[in-house]
Design a protein around this ligand. Structure first.
Ligand SMILES: Cc1cc2nc3c(=O)[nH]c(=O)nc-3n(C[C@H](O)[C@H](O)[C@H](O)COP(=O)(O)O)c2cc1C
Length: 215
């Protein structure tokens, strides 16, 4: 039976945030937090929620894996023809959310997404396990499929197609995106619900502003 949701609450005590110790560049602050979180060896520590805006005007959210952090962006990989791929092609404004409960931390990102260069997608695709490479060819991500056997039949057909090559090419419908942030907010849980929140905002002159927000 589900525990009582109304009385479920944590007392956050693991840290605090001070203006003086926040990095000037939020990507440096993110890298520091990610290093700290990755050292806990949690399953899918690099998972993040990506929210896109649909043609219906609704935000659509799903989890993907963060696969790269660059000076100016967050990289992930997916199917370009999936729902999210089509939505990002039509509307590049997206949001990312990271929730790291063991550290009582949340990070929110908003920015513009674009495809990464094909050469970079090719390089990452080459590193993937063979089964994942075949899966990328076999799965028409986000499309309705007929029954349980449809996907495994598609998978088998791709195993057959590529049986004589060790070097499976990247499907044209699969590759990476980079989210270039315009806003990054760091949240650290604190006692008495007086959580610490700091929001970085990219100014027109390319400099990041930084403000503390009420929780
Ligand atoms: C832990 C986890 C990691 C995932 N990683 C990815 C990923 O890196 N890329 C991806 O396309 N889907 C990933 N998915 C699946 C997505 O959440 C989603 O089901 C899929 O991308 C289809 O989304 P869409 O129909 O909105 O485009 C992951 C799901 C989970 C739960």
């Amino acid at each position: 039976m589900t525990k009582d949701l109304g009385s479920a609450r944590e007392h956050y005590t693991k840290g605090d945030l001070r203006r003086a110790t926040m990095a000037d560049d939020p990507m440096q602050q993110f890298a520091k937090w990610l290093t700290e979180y990755s050292s806990l060896n949690r399953v899918d520590f690099n998972a993040m929620t990506v929210s896109t805006i649909g043609k219906d005007g609704y935000p659509h959210s799903r989890v993907v894996l963060l696969k790269g952090v660059e000076d100016n962006g967050f990289v992930f990989y997916t199917n370009y023809e999936s729902d999210k791929g089509r939505e990002m092609a039509a509307e590049p404004r997206v949001a990312l959310t990271f929730f790291w409960p063991e550290m009582e931390r949340q990070i929110r990102v908003e920015g513009l997404v674009e495809k990464i260069p094909e050469a970079d997608s090719n390089a990452y695709f080459r590193e993937r396990p063979r089964e994942s490479q075949i899966g990328a060819w076999a799965s028409p991500q986000s499309c309705e499929v007929d029954g349980e056997n449809d996907l495994s039949d598609r998978y088998k057909a791709m195993v057959e197609r590529f049986k004589s090559t060790n070097d499976i090419p990247r499907p044209p419908h699969w590759g990476g995106y980079i989210v270039r942030p315009k806003m990054i907010e760091f949240w650290q849980g604190r006692p008495s619900r007086l959580h610490d929140r700091f929001r970085y905002q990219l100014q027109a002159d390319g400099v990041w502003s930084l403000h503390r927000l009420a929780p």
